[in-house]
Design a protein around this ligand. Structure first.
Ligand code: PLP
Length: 428
């Protein structure tokens, strides 16, 4: 498993070991991402988001090594970039699509239809009919209303029922909006069978950037309970979908401390759970995962630039520095509500020469939510930063392109570059 990249290219000064829990100190690292990313970021003369396809493939292969034989259905919304999707298809991945438009994009990437499911429990009659017309035959559901609509607009389809989870332990819990109780799941799959659908499976999503093995343990316990009840009714699902939630490895938390997800433990819990569930059913179960951020977050980085480092008196009389960047919440870093990204300041490579100062970091828009680090946990940034200096924002590959606004303050979405080689030739 590749952890957060820590290699330092020659001539970039020493890697300074950042203390853990250092209240934002980790934002001033001078380490550079390995592989294609470092070269492409260094060569970039304007803002962009860069994806390292080889890195994504490597993470995909590592996932399959941890969970042998599992069917990967990449959640498109985490990175709806054609080249990334194509590279995953070549590896054997399918897709968790959430709308007819995502199904069309998945098919454009060359995926076989049977490797695409409609994984959104929220859909209109028209969406269901359109997905069916496009050839999709497997649908997520979590209500009797939705499952009867599937029976009408996608007759004979396969359905899997999403069980609610608590969302505890995740940075973004997906509880409340999605999933049903074990009792409802039994009722819904019974209804599916009665209306001519195939009750094909069960699913969960333990919440995005799930940081605990316990959450998977609980979800697997619930799955076991429902499988046993279904078995008693003669309903035998052919698969279990463990959803998304596998963590990215390179984030910092809201206070700037590196997050350290227990990935090995999570995989152990999932492997043991899969064995246990398989022992409960008459026919062997297939297992599916729907990773999103785990595959792409650490293999995408943003090249942004400094607008200005300012110093102003705050209403309480104290002085605060603000570092304004060209990229923020509305053009790539939407998730700054829960995570921070490592920042690299390549023009200030000589750390011995630099003075670091605490600063709030903010994006370019006229929205005050477009900022992080106010209060007790500022970021640490080089004092010599000047307008136009490049800034690299690491582990920014998940949800960056999808959570981007269009024309907010006239700011255009970042151009996207997919890299594979070392990338030493300047791109403009
Ligand atoms: C978004 C989503 C995923 C991916 O979630 P991650 O936390 O990024 O892994 C998987 N499944 C479904 C149904 C989703 O909506």
């Amino acid at each position: 498993m590749s952890g957060p990249h820590r290699s330092v290219p020659k001539g970039r000064g020493e890697l300074r070991d950042q203390p853990r829990g250092g209240g934002g100190r980790a934002t001033a690292r001078h380490d550079t991402p390995a592989g294609a990313l470092g070269g492409h970021l260094a060569a970039a003369e304007s803002d962009r988001i860069v994806y390292d396809l080889a890195g994504i493939e490597h993470r995909y292969d590592a996932l399959l090594e941890e969970l042998p034989g599992i069917d990967v259905r990449f959640a498109l919304k985490a990175c709806p970039v054609d080249e990334v999707l194509r590279c995953l298809v070549e590896r054997g991945a399918g897709f968790d699509a959430a709308s007819p438009a995502e199904i069309v994009q998945a098919l454009r990437a060359g995926v076989e239809l049977h490797r695409v499911h409609y994984g959104n429990t929220v859909k209109s009659d028209r969406d269901i009919a359109e997905a069916h017309r496009l050839g999709v035959r497997t649908f997520a559901t979590d209500s009797v209303q939705d499952v009867t609509a599937i029976a009408e607009h996608a007759p004979g389809a396969r359905v899997f029922c999403r069980l609610a989870t608590s969302g505890e332990g995740a940075l973004w819990g997906l509880n409340r909006k999605f999933g049903c109780s074990p009792e409802d799941a039994v009722r819904i799959l019974g209804t599916a069978r009665a209306c001519g659908l195939t009750p094909a499976g069960l699913s969960v999503h333990v919440g995005s950037q799930q940081m605990t093995g316990e959450a998977w343990q609980q979800a697997l316990d619930t799955l076991a309970e429902v499988l046993v009840t279904l078995d008693g009714l003669g309903i035998v699902p052919d698969h279990v979908n463990l959803g998304g939630g596998l963590p990215a490895l390179g984030y910092l938390d809201r206070h700037g401390t590196p997050l350290d997800p227990p990935l090995d433990k999570i995989f152990t819990v999932v492997r043991e759970g899969m064995d246990r569930l398989n022992g409960l059913t008459a026919a062997p179960l297939r297992f599916v995962v729907e990773p999103g951020r785990h595959l792409v977050a650490d293999h995408g980085a943003v090249r942004a630039h400094v607008y200005r480092l300012t110093e102003r008196a705050q209403p309480d009389g104290t002085h605060a520095r603000w570092l304004y960047l060209s990229v923020g919440k509305f053009n790539g870093l939407y998730e700054m509500d829960q995570v921070r990204h490592r920042l690299v300041f390549p023009a200030q490579a000589d750390e011995a020469e630099e003075t670091y100062v605490p600063a709030v970091v903010a994006g370019p828009t006229c929205d005050s939510d477009d900022a992080y680090g106010e209060g007790r946990y500022p970021a640490r940034v080089p004092r010599s930063l000047a307008s136009g200096d490049p800034v690299w924002i690491l582990s920014a590959g998940a949800y960056a392109t999808s959570y981007t606004t269009q024309g907010f303050n006239g700011i255009r979405p970042l151009p996207c570059v997919c890299a594979r080689g070392p990338g030493r030739t300047p791109l403009t």
